[in-house]
Design a protein around this ligand. Structure first.
Ligand SMILES: [Zn+2]
Ligand SMILES: [Zn+2]
Length: 255
C-alpha cells in the first residue's frame, strides 16, 4: 500500500466499513467472513483420494484412490483445495474477479499456505493465465494475484509469465467434459524464456476454482511436456459431488 492510500484508509473505512465477503455484515477487519458465514463453508478435509485430494466418504490408509483416478490416472500430482464450491465460497471469487476486491487474494493465499509441501523453496507458483484480451478487459488475473500473495507469504517463487494463453477460449460453463477438453486443448504454452528452466521443477499451478479440471489439465499437460517434475493444483474452491461431502460436518446444506 502506498503512503497516500495508507493515509486515506481510516477515512475510507469510516465511510465504507469492512463487511463480510458473503453476507455484508459489518466486521472489524477487511477481506474476511463473519463467524456465521465462515462456519457454513465446507472446508476440504481428509480422508482424501491419494491422487487427486478428493474427500472420500470412508476412512483410508492414505493410499486409496477415488473411482475417477482409478479409471483415468490423472496427469497432475494432486489438487489442494481450501473449500467446497458453494454460494459462500463463490462470493470470494466473484468479488475478486468482478468487484475489484483484490485484497481477497491474500485471504485465499493465507488458507493455501497450510497445503504447501514442507520444503517449498524450490517450488514455482504459476497462475493459470488469462488470454491477453480478457486480461485487458479486466486489468488483472485473479489467479495471478493469489499466486503472488502466496509467494509473498512463503518461500515459493512467483512465476507469473511461465505459462501463456495463446488462444482465447469460449466460456466453458454449460459445456460437456469432452467439449471443455476440446475447447482448451492447445490453449497454453510455456513462454520462451522459461522453456529451458521448467525441467525438473515442482510447479504449484494456481487457479481460483476447480470445476471439471479441463483447463488445469491442459496446463498440466503443457508443463509436463516441458519437463516439470511435479504439477500440483492449488485452488480456493473445488466443485465436490454430493457423495463426497460429509453431511455430518455440514451445518447447512450447500446451495
Ligand atoms: Zn457473513
Ligand atoms: Zn482421485
Amino acid at each position: 500500500m502506498n503512503k497516500i492510500s495508507a493515509a486515506l484508509k481510516p477515512a475510507l473505512n469510516f465511510v465504507l466499513p469492512p463487511r463480510c465477503v458473503s453476507c455484508g455484515v459489518i466486521l472489524g477487519g477487511e477481506n474476511s467472513f463473519c463467524v456465521d458465514c465462515w462456519s457454513k463453508m465446507y472446508f476440504v478435509a481428509p480422508p482424501f483420494c491419494a491422487s487427486c485430494g478428493l474427500p472420500l466418504p470412508f476412512e483410508t490408509d492414505n493410499t486409496q484412490q477415488c473411482g475417477e483416478c482409478l479409471t483415468n490416472p490423472p496427469r497432475h500430482d494432486g489438487i489442494k483445495a481450501v473449500a467446497a464450491y458453494c454460494d459462500i465460497s463463490r462470493q470470494v471469487i466473484l468479488k475478486l474477479k468482478h468487484g475489484g476486491k483484490i485484497g481477497l487474494a491474500e485471504l485465499v493465499a493465507r488458507q493455501l499456505i497450510r497445503h504447501l509441501p514442507e520444503n517449498s523453496s524450490d517450488c514455482l507458483a504459476v497462475p493459470v493465465p488469462l488470454h491477453w484480451s480478457r486480461l485487458w478487459a479486466r486489468s488483472f488475473n485473479q489467479s495471478a494475484l493469489i499466486a503472488k500473495s502466496l509467494a509473498e507469504m512463503s518461500s515459493v517463487s512467483f512465476a507469473p509469465d511461465l505459462l501463456r494463453r495463446v488462444r482465447r477460449t469460449d466460456l466453458l460453463r454449460g459445456k460437456s467434459q469432452k467439449e471443455r477438453r476440446k475447447e482448451v486443448a492447445r490453449a497454453f504454452e510455456v513462454s520462451g524464456k522459461w522453456e529451458q528452466r521448467v525441467s525438473g521443477r515442482n510447479i504449484l499451478l494456481i487457479d481460483d476454482v476447480y470445476t471439471t479440471g479441463a483447463t488445469s489439465d491442459a496446463c498440466v499437460k503443457c508443463l509436463k511436456a516441458a519437463g516439470a517434475a511435479t504439477v500440483t493444483i492449488y485452488c480456493w474452491a473445488r466443485v465436490l459431488p454430493d457423495e463426497n461431502i460429509d453431511h455430518s460436518r455440514l451445518e447447512t446444506s450447500l446451495a
